[in-house]
Write a protein of this length. Sequence first.
Length: 210
Amino acid sequence: MIEVHAFATPNSVKVLIALEEMELPYELKTVNVRKGEQKTGAFLTLNPNGKVPVVVDDGFVLTESAAILVHLAEKTGKLLPSESAGRARVFEQLFFHASALSPAFGNAGFFKRSSPEPQPIAEARFTTEAERILGLLDDKLASQPFMAGDEFTIADIAHFGWMWRIQFPGLTLEGRPNLSRWCEAVAARPAVQQAITRAEALIETQRPAA
Ligand SMILES: N[C@@H](CCC(=O)N[C@@H](CS)C(=O)NCC(=O)O)C(=O)O
């Protein structure tokens, strides 16, 4: 069975959503990033980069959420078009997510909530960039139902991971009607709801018994 080392985080939930959508059984291993478990020796042998998620598929260890989404899509033949142009549109969004959206959201959240000292220039820089990216996605969804075209794909799963945690960088979807419509449609999918339930349970399992 596929092992998923994860926590209730934007990058982790993408993998759970993909597995639920693709109806692949998996075993969850909690890595509590709030307690720093991603920097411990045992976990670092799986991912020297010290970040979740990590998947172990029949002994094959894979890191990086976008690479994991592609691996699972290729394994099942689901949520990634086989024809070249459609496939390229999905990769376009995955690269955009990994190089632009995810760093902007993560850094905006860090400087808003976790920085040991206020850094107004950095916070403004990443928040403005995250807002600009939300605008781009809202514009894209004015003319197509999903991120890479007419079908729900792993590109939607990638972007949804951070929309699920949009409160961390202090952003909202207010005034973004197309993105709001898309987000509601993705959140309503039974597989997405099941993945979120399982991700949130990872926090519960770490709480001491009352
Ligand atoms: N590019 C990586 C980013 C992974 C990442 O930043 N994971 C976060 C949780 S969403 C993490 O492990 N943070 C803890 C840390 O950086 O120490 C991916 O897409 O998988």
